[in-house]
Design a protein. Sequence first.
Length: 259
Amino acid sequence: METNSNFSIQRIGYLIRKDIWESRKIAGIIGAAVFGLFLVIFMSFSKRTDETPHEVLYPMLLFIGGFIFTSIIFRELYTKARGQFYLTLPASNFEKFSSKWLISAILYPIAITIFYWLFSIIANAIYTYWNGEPLVGFMTDWMGALKDLIPIYIVTQAIFFLGAITFTKYNIFKTFFSMFALGVFLMTVFGFLFRFVMWDYFSGMAFNPEFDGMPLETSNSVQVFVQDYVLYAIKYLFWLGFAPFLLLVSYFKLKEREI
């Protein structure tokens, strides 16, 4: 069976419906388990504490749940037989790629937000019946924060989306390990660069912020440059460049698997 190279929104919709239909049973089981676990946690909160359960449970469901879900979004590729069948579906790699990304990055946060909203209504009703007074509702407590949390999720889940394509076993653990290894590597590189640039301020391996009795001070121009340009550039690179770069790498990784 040959894949179709022409872009089609209808085929993307079909792939999305196919994934949702095939995952309906396991999604129902996991949803029921999460509902029960969250209800126990919800009931343990008290109005006397400053923190609400929504500040803990919703981010947990969004980020931890979303990263795990994203890590197994390409589960068809993890066995040879299913991988061959999936890669030979009459749809282009871009359509398969787009459908998986839309499910994990867009539909997932929408679905869990609706799920959590319904959960909060039921849990708050049970809490009110049990304790005689309600906790703060999800929508009144967290609607303002959704606009911040969901964009962060959409950007950061691209890391695990790439890991889902790159690794075939223990994806989330290998992704975390890769992030840790990259972090150690970057810290080592920047550490050596700092050691080289600030050579005169080191005594052996110890950093001494004074040289010939003159303290190390940052000029106002450097501070302005860092605050107005460097941090500004890092912010825009994160929001506009980080996820697209990882998604581009992910797409070419998927293309490498084409039969």
